[in-house]
Design a protein around this ligand. Sequence first.
Ligand code: PEP
Ligand code: MN
Length: 340
Amino acid sequence: MNKGLLVIAGPCSAETKHQVLSTAKLIDNIGGVEWFRAGIWKPRTMPNQFEGVGSRGLKWIEEVKETTSLKVMTEVANPYHVEKVLESKLDGVWIGARTTTNPFYIQEIVESLKGVDIPVFIKNPINPDINLWIGGIERFLKSGNNKIYAIHRGFSFIDNGKYRQTPYWQIPIELKRLMPQIPIICDPSHISGKSSLVSDIAKTSVSIGFDGLMLEVHNNPDSALTDKSQQITPKELKTLLNNIRIPQNPISNLESINTLRGEIDKLDMDLIDIISKRMGISIELAQIKKVNNIPILQINRWEEMIRLRLELAGEKNINKEFIKEIFEKIHEESIRIQGQ
Ligand code: PEP
Ligand code: MN
C-alpha cells in the first residue's frame, strides 16, 4: 500500500498520554504510515485557547518512537523548542505556516539546528508568497541540511470558498518546477478544515504528483482540543489510504497524450490572441471615455457583464467561481490599461 508515498499522520495536538499512544498504535497498525506527528506547542490565533501541553508531551512522543515502527516529529517555532526536541531525540521537525512567514524566526531555527541532520518539513507561509517559502527552504539548505521537505497546507485568502485555506495549487506546482529536488507533501487537513473534504484533497494532490501526505488523525476527533472538525479517525485514515491511486509513470509520452496536449497548446494560443484583441478594444474605449469625460469604471456595466458571463458558465457546466475569478482579473487589467 502507498508505495512511494511518504505518509505522516497523527493528531493536531498531543493532549494526553493515552490519546497520543492509542492514536499512534492504531496508525501504526494500518501499515504504510512512516511518520507520527503531534503538536505540543500550538500557535493559536487567540489568547486563552489551548496552546498545547508543552515539553511534557515530548515524553509521550518519545514513547511512540519506542513502542511503534513510526518515526516521530513535532512543530518547532523557536530555538527553545529545538533544544527540547533534540534532547528528546525526535526524528524530525516541522515548521508551521506562521513561522515560515517570518525570516527572523526561520533563521533562528536554522541556527539552532546547525549540524543536526534531521528531516525538516517546511510548511508554506500563510500568505500566497512563494518566495517566503523558497527563502525558508534555502536557509535550511544553506546550513548544510539536505533532508528538507516542503508541506503544502493551503493559503489564506479573504474568501476561501468551501475550504479553510485555499489550495491554490499553482504555487506548490511552481515550487516543484523551481526546486525539483525538494519533495512536496500535501496537508489536506489544514486545507480542507473539514474531515469530509480531506479525502478529496488528498486524492487530488496525489494525482497531481505530490510526494506524500500529512494528515491529522485523532482517536476521537469530537473531543479534540484543536482543529476538531478536520481530524479523521485512524479507521478513516485506513480507508483514505486504501482508496488512493498513485500515478506510477513519472513521464508519459503516449501518442494520445501528446495529441491532446497539442490541442490544449493551440487553444491557449487562441486565448492569448483573443485577450490581446479584447485589451485593444479596451484602449479604444478608454480614449472615447477620456474625450467625453466619462469615468473608467462603470459599475452597472460591470455587474451586468459578470451576470451574463456567469449565466453562460452555468449553461456550459463550468465552475462559476473560476469564471468569476478570470473575469475579475481581466476587468482589473482592463481598468489598469484604461487608466494609463
Ligand atoms: C499544524 O500542523 O497543526 C499546524 C498548526 O499547521 P499550520 O502551521 O499549517 O497551520
Ligand atoms: Mn492542526
